[in-house]
Design a protein. Sequence first.
Length: 165
Amino acid sequence: MRFRDFRESIATNAKKVEAYLQCYIIMVILWMFFGGRNSDPQLTNSLRIRDIVLKLDERFSDEQKAAKKEEAQIDFHKIADKWNGNVYKGEGRKQSKIELVKTACRILVRNELVIFADDEDEIRCRKRLSDLMKNYYLSDKRISEINRLFEKEDENANDQSYKNS
């Protein structure tokens, strides 16, 4: 899928920052499913939408991470601002954090990677996603690199919260 097609799958007038935010949400979802170690990296078969929102809130809360990502040519600050500018759940609001996560989940559903369950409050990993991740995308080297990147983010967040207290 080309980036332009991805943007249009979100909304016909989606901006780049919205598309990058959706990419980041999808990356976090995949990491939450497949962030494990050893020969079976799959951590769970299902995720609650609210747990995904909480994990994203945690990841977007640290300004230090945004600065480090900007050095890597990603304007993470704009993405974080887009996320943080939304409420958790707004009645009738299209741009709540819950709806942003559901939009990312719908992209995964359209690609037959996950299914919605429990009235769209939960997603479940399909066999296709599990097979793709385990047999194609997640070699031992890739798993180590992904975990290293997320652990660095977690360490930076912990260091920052310690300094703030």
